[in-house]
Design a protein around this ligand. Structure first.
Ligand code: NAD
Ligand code: DAU
Length: 365
């Protein structure tokens, strides 16, 4: 029975991971630590309130005293660190919070684990500190080639630089102190509970509500997409079988240009609404969603292409992505259609201000 601290467990991937773990490993205890920033939402953990194997604590990963208390009281033996500022566009608007949480927060967690786990060798046996990172640390690819675990780091946005920095700290704690760490570098995720600042949920919600679909630049940037449940299974496998001190790339072998995705979202939304009169009446438009596509000013420093070689996790640990992109997109759109209350609450308040700053002056290209 593990006692697992899941930081950022009220965010998109973290909450999907908590659900996955409660289903797959019900005898483990999961302690969710999340400061509930704009991206954190207790509604993402709905249904788990009465689960005695799952505890939620509101708090910041930069708070050393709080972390020390949790490690002592809960005898934490496993950490899965999702907590982060995660949106590239916000990192361009204001990088400081990214350094605070992603760099200093990770450092604080590492220090806490080092003090607790390495003061007594027996305590460290079986412990794992899994740091959840991103493929963006590798920079941008040309039309060919893939990111492997050996690709040199070349982060291009403040977000990517802060994640790269935290990855280096994690690596240093293994080499210097022998802390039992492992890092995963994953490609773009999509699925239920994703905050609608990211491409796919933003396009789904704007398509439903008849707002413009803002495609940056020429729309030909490429990302490698992975359904969130596949990412959660990958982390589960790395926790169980990953070699300490190693890094594992995780990806969907699913490269798509942004414009292809937006077109697919439009076509799928049109099809689902056309097939259901009640839904069609809820989201009237009178034209194809594709007519909402608007090419807007590009993201500064926009990475052109990401593509992951995930051969290491496939051959070494036997993991592979299982959800085909068309199925994943369809499931995701259906989730947003069934959870209108969730996203309507999310897009009120702070989101409105962010949206205005991010898209208000982004005149058409
Ligand atoms: P998210 O923004 O949806 O969630 C982040 C969560 O962390 C939120 O619940 C937030 O409240 C919490 N948090 C932020 N600062 C905190 C702090 N100081 N203390 C405690 N909690 C804090 O992000 P996500 O998309 O779920 O990403 C989770 C992790 O996965 C991040 O580390 C991100 O870099 C990484 N990642 C994301 C993707 C992706 O496509 N979304 C891909 C690869 C890696
Ligand atoms: O690659 C993994 C990373 O994927 C994660 O580490 C990040 O946390 C996650 O946010 C994501 O970063 P991206 O910048 O790739 O994701 P985003 O959804 O913001 O954008 C995907 C692509 O779509 C990117 O090329 C920019 C483009 N885009 C995005 C938005 C929000 C648009 O064209 N219009 C938009 O409005």
């Amino acid at each position: 029975m593990r006692k697992m601290l899941v930081t950022g467990g009220a965010g998109f991937i973290g909450s999907n991971f908590v659900r996955h773990m409660r289903g797959a490993h019900p005898s483990d205890r999961v302690i969710v630590l999340d400061s509930l920033t704009y991206a954190g939402n207790l509604e993402n953990l709905k249904g788990l309130e009465k689960d005695s194997g799952c505890l939620f604590i509101k708090g910041d990963i930069c708070d050393q005293v709080l972390l020390d208390g949790i490690f002592d009281k809960e005898a934490v033996d496993t950490v899965v660190n999702f907590a982060a500022e995660s949106h590239v566009d916000r990192s361009i608007l204001g990088p400081r919070a990214f350094v605070e949480t992603n760099v200093l927060g990770t450092l604080t967690l590492l220090e806490c684990a080092r003090k607790r786990w390495l003061s007594n060798a027996a305590k460290a046996k079986g412990n794992v500190f899994l740091h959840v990172s991103t493929d963006e640390v590798y920079g941008s690819l040309g039309p060919a080639g893939y990111f492997t675990e050996e690709t040199p780091y070349q982060p291009n946005s403040p977000y990517a630089a802060s994640k790269a920095s935290s990855d280096h700290l994690v690596r240093a704690y293994f080499h210097t102190y022998g802390l039992p760490v492992v890092t995963t570098n994953c490609s773009n995720n999509y699925g239920p509970y994703q905050f609608p600042e990211k491409l796919i949920p933003l396009m789904i919600i704007n398509a439903l509500t008849g707002k413009p679909l803002p495609v940056y630049g020429d729309g030909l940037n490429v990302r490698d997409w992975l359904y969130v449940e596949d990412h959660c299974r990958a982390i589960d496998v790395v926790l169980e079988k990953g070699r300490l001190g190693e890094t594992y790339n995780i990806g969907g072998r699913c490269e798509k240009r942004n414009i292809e995705i937006v077109n697919l979202v439009c076509a799928t939304v049109d099809e689902l609404l056309n097939a259901d009169k009640t839904l069609a009446a809820l989201y009237p438009l009178g034209k194809s969603r594709k007519e909402l596509i608007t090419f807007v000013k590009d993201r500064p420093g926009h990475d052109r292409r990401y593509a992951i070689d995930c051969g290491k996790i496939e051959t070494e640990l036997g993991w592979r992505a299982l959800t085909a992109f068309d199925d994943g997109i369809r499931k995701t759109i259906k989730w947003y259609l069934s959870n209108e209350g969730w996203w309507k609450r999310v897009i009120s308040g702070e989101y409105t201000k962010y949206y205005e700053v991010q898209y208000g002056n982004r005149a058409n290209r």
